[in-house]
Ligand binder design. Structure first.
Ligand SMILES: [Zn+2]
Length: 244
């Protein structure tokens, strides 16, 4: 009995460091389900930009369930997953979402949205961080411009993979496209989602990919396909075991 106990301790002492090393080397993925439980009406202190967001139903509930579904697949395959919201109706500013990913040293941030003005069968988009993208520039506010070349290259390459992997499973074409926020009341004009602009600044800049899909005809089946496409894309972008 005693001998067994000693052997057990020996075995555990050999195994424990391996387990710890394994946990430490898991790639950290930040999943960012869109929108907040309450309206966000702040001013970002670093850029002076309005930090503006709103509750959006049923997008919020759907995006949150998709994020959880994606996270479950990733945890099964060996990733550490962090969410920008813990509950569907949490209220988290765009700056805070970026900071969560930066503080976690995430290898990728993934925003998850859907658009109930577009049909699922014909709408799937991916946005990347690119040099020269901007927000603001109205009134007395200077434009905040995206300038991180390394992050842009990574994000652009990831975005391509997202479009490919999502297209394979979502039963429609998904493309990397530009995005415009011009002429939307309350929202700073420009052409990069603010969470991606904020996340891409040093220190600890994080490459980010922002996903949209049509919300008309978006049921349980489409929810599962969207989650599968996103999870596959993340696994392809940041494979387990590779150096990140
Ligand atoms: Zn949205």
């Amino acid at each position: 009995m005693k001998l067994i106990a000693i052997r057990l301790i020996l075995v555990l002492s050999l195994v424990t460091p391996v387990l710890q090393a394994d946990a430490q080397s898991k790639p950290i993925i930040v999943l960012d389900p869109g929108h907040s439980g309450k309206a966000v009406r702040g001013v970002d202190t670093q850029t002076g930009l309005n930090d503006y967001d709103y509750p959006n139903h049923p997008e919020m509930e759907e995006a949150f369930r998709v994020a959880k579904d994606v996270g479950a697949q990733l945890e099964r395959t060996g990733y550490k997953v962090i969410y920008t919201k813990q509950k569907v109706d949490d209220t988290v500013s765009l700056r805070k979402r970026a900071t969560i990913a930066q503080n976690a040293n995430a290898v990728i941030g993934v925003s998850i949205h859907n658009d109930h003005g577009r049909p699922y069968k014909s709408f799937g988009q991916v946005y990347a961080q690119s040099i020269g993208q901007w927000r603001g520039g109205s009134q007395s506010k200077p434009k905040a411009i995206f300038k991180n070349q390394q992050i842009a290259s990574t994000s652009e390459s990831y975005a391509k993979t997202f479009a490919e992997e999502r297209t394979k499973v979502e039963e429609h074409l998904v493309s990397v496209t530009p995005i415009s926020f011009n002429n939307r009341p309350g929202i700073e004009p420009g052409n990069i989602p603010q969470v991606m602009l904020f996340a891409g600044t040093s220190p600890h800049a994080v490459p980010w990919v922002y996903n949209e899909v049509g919300g008309i005809g978006f049921g349980k089946k489409q929810e599962a396909l969207y989650a599968k496409g996103l999870a596959n894309a993340i696994e392809k972008c940041v494979p387990i075991g590779a150096k990140h």
